[in-house]
Design a protein around this ligand. Structure first.
Ligand code: 8ZB
Length: 481
């Protein structure tokens, strides 16, 4: 890890090694890639579209999508653009590529060609290489982002940015903690500093690339202060390497007051911390993820969950919303189901556009709680690493000062436990080592006692289990029934 913008010579030296990881690495010519990027029309540049949406107080809709073969991938994206009305398009990367297993991805491509159907769960961009990415992007009319889940995304970033993508998701924390058991946090942060430095290089040459830390983390009852702390640390890490356009994210919890307060505080706090460390020239936008936990199997019920997320995203004033499909309970959706999720969402974002100025004492109270919690965590974490963002993150996780619920990673304490209060807001049932003062702790304990009294049972781990399954069973709060 490094605690400054990586020196150019060091970056260029590292690049040679990265580009050697797979033959398509040789296709990347950074200077040529920069002139190619400069010719991309502004309406197809992610950062321009986000800035426009932010100024016009519009909430953009974006799906997830990716299949193995270029032609089928293009056809899928075209359908989501034309039929689904997607404002922004993704390219979701397959699992082999996410694990740098390019040989297996190659076998998956060949089997897909042989059988005519996609045998990978996403688009293997590294294997396809620079020119195939460009060819797809040129045939579409909206900006494209790489969405993945890759702990070491250095080669993927080199190829896709040279390939014309104008936004890149992930981060050294958010693509480690929820995504694997044994990845060293120090290594993933170091590898992501390379990715951020690559984007910093594009920025130095006048090419704006949007960076999006992955907000929802484990997608399971993650309290806003936890995902906010990670998003802000990753924003600082990215800004340090020269990123100038950052979209911070949050996964819907389901209580609308808490969700609106979460998006508002996420944007405020991220800007406040960036300014504090001298990164005043970073454009911050927000992304709201529709419910990331278990979904109802019934499609009509799933549309209900999707619509609630859409309504909340727009009322919270999120810059964009990542959309679920009615097939969520079963896995990767068909193109049609995916487009239906988009259409449901867009109906809401457009209908509710003129009501976004929602404010209330309840939202303000909730904002104050989230702010106090997030500041408590970040101050403790930053002090532990002497304001070295990478060191702070590593030590903060070690000490359990940040603790992501239900994470597989061994470097995560897994002591803090969330549960819903009587109104469905996500609170802490167990604080683990979170650095909250007594007043904050009392707030959470009171909220859970209120629920326990209503349900005539004790506050217990059973509530956590009940809450995890509640939405898929048609409820928000997991009450005894
Ligand atoms: C962390 C993100 C999980 C979500 C969706 C899952 C789930 C994964 C694809 C995809 C469409 C793909 N997802 N891969 N959606 N096409 N290739 O990401 O269904 O909702």
């Amino acid at each position: 890890m490094i605690n400054e913008k990586m020196p150019l010579a060091m970056f260029m030296e590292l690049r040679k090694e990265v580009l050697n990881q797979w033959p398509t690495g040789k296709e990347v010519d950074l200077d040529e890639a920069i002139s190619y990027q400069k010719n991309i029309h502004p309406k197809k540049r992610f950062s321009d579209r986000l800035l426009q949406a932010k100024n016009e107080q519009e909430t953009l809709v974006q799906p997830r999508a990716g299949v193995a073969l270029p032609n089928q991938h293009l056809e899928l994206l075209r359908y989501l653009q034309n039929e689904g009305g997607a404002d922004l398009l993704p390219t979701t990367i397959d699992s082999y590529t996410r694990h740098n297993r390019y040989k297996e991805a190659q076998a998956g491509i060949e089997e897909s060609v042989r059988t005519g159907k996609s045998l990978l769960n996403g688009f293997p961009a590294v294997n396809h290489g620079v020119m195939i990415c460009r060819d797809i992007i040129e045939k579409l009319n909206v900006p494209l982002q790489v969405r993945h889940g890759t702990p070491d995304a250095r080669l993927l970033a080199e190829i896709t940015l040279a390939g014309g993508f104008t936004s890149f998701e992930g981060g050294g924390i958010s693509y480690n903690i929820p995504y694997g058991k044994n990845n060293s946090l120090e290594k993933t942060i170091t590898d992501w500093q390379f990715v951020d430095r690559l984007i910093g290089y594009y920025e130095e040459q006048g090419v704006r690339i949007n960076r999006e830390p992955f907000g929802p983390l484990t997608g399971t009852l993650v309290p806003p202060c936890i995902s906010h702390s990670v998003a802000i640390l990753e924003s600082l890490l990215a800004a340090q390497q020269g990123c100038k356009c950052i979209t911070v994210g949050y996964g819907q919890c389901g209580n609308q007051i808490q969700d609106i307060a979460a998006i508002k505080t996420l944007s405020n706090l991220t800007q406040r911390y960036l300014r504090r460390f001298g990164y005043d020239d970073v454009l911050v936008t927000t992304v709201f993820h529709q419910w990331m936990g278990g979904f109802p199997q019934d499609e009509a019920k799933a549309y209900g969950v999707i619509a609630w997320g859409a309504a909340t995203a727009v009322l919270a004033g999120a810059t964009k919303v990542i959309v679920k499909s009615p097939h969520e309970a079963f896995g990767v959706p068909t193109a049609e189901a995916n487009a239906n999720g988009l259409k449901t969402t867009k109906q809401l974002t457009v209908m509710l556009k003129d009501q976004i100025a929602i404010e209330s004492p309840a939202i303000r109270n909730e904002m104050e709680i989230i702010e106090r919690e997030t500041v408590s965590i970040l101050e403790a974490v930053l002090a532990l690493g002497e304001n070295d963002f990478g060191k702070s993150a590593v030590r903060g996780f070690e000490a359990g000062l940040i603790d992501v619920p239900f994470a597989p990673a061994q470097c995560n304490a897994n002591k803090a436990l969330p549960a819903r209060d009587n109104h469905g807001a996500v609170r802490f049932l167990d604080f683990g080592n979170l650095p909250f003062d007594e007043e904050l702790k009392k707030f959470h304990q009171e909220k859970l006692r209120e629920r326990a009294a209503f349900e005539r049972r004790d506050v217990s781990f059973q509530m956590v289990i009940d809450d995890i399954y509640a939405v898929s069973k048609g409820h928000l709060v997991g009450r005894p029934r």
